[in-house]
Ligand binder design. Sequence first.
Ligand code: MF3
Ligand code: CO
Ligand code: CO
Length: 254
Amino acid sequence: MLQSVYTPKEFKKIRAAGDIVARCFEFLTPHIRVGISTGDIDKMVAEFLREAGAKSSSLGYHGFPKHCCTSVNDVIVHGIPDDAAILKDGDIVNIDLTVEYKGYHADASRMFMVGNVAPGARKLVQVAQDAMNSAIAACGPGVPLSEIGRTIEAVVKPHGFSISRDFVGHGIGKTMHDEPQIYHFFEPAHNKIKMVPGMVFTIEPMINEGSEKCKIDPDGWTARTVDGKLSAQWEHTVGITEDGVLIFTEKMND
Ligand code: MF3
Ligand code: CO
Ligand code: CO
């Protein structure tokens, strides 16, 4: 079950991959504007990773055709970048980027708001971010994995939003996807699994305005809300230490 347990030396390597992810988001930020296509975003990601000496972990993964995922509005997860998909005023878009650098992977995603975004959509984006951050803050050695989902529910439910159940967080390190699965809703079976120092995994809640149910497009990847309402997601890769938790997918100080 606990395959993704790493040494302090390996933490440094995952951290280095995470730094590239964070810097790529920083590089993208001024470009995520009305009129750009999600295909353009992918090209910028590809160029950035090439210059950083890193690889996209997503490209070619079970045949995934692009370097990152771009999930716009009602797309929950795994949207495929497309030159014909132009961002428009009021859109919310998640960019999800997993990078391999010197044999180690780090995975993060974040929301971008395009032009003037309606208050309801802003709130969804904020609640999703709060849910991820609260769940990260709850992590530490000895804490049951089920605390992650419990914490996310506590943040999300008061707003009447739903939590996607079809996609999970995951162990990560030498591979992009490893055990354990990380549930974003309360799962009593995970009361028994305690976090231990060295564990590395993602927390990536997908929060929906309406129904939690999803449908997959004919492309086999793009997962949308069945009711066409908005969905928002944030993701970090984190590592458990002797006394707490580290976020790997933030920029390192120069
Ligand atoms: N980054 C995604 C995750 O959070 C995985 C993307 S795999 C892809 O697990 F093939 F869809 F890109
Ligand atoms: Co991801
Ligand atoms: Co992930």
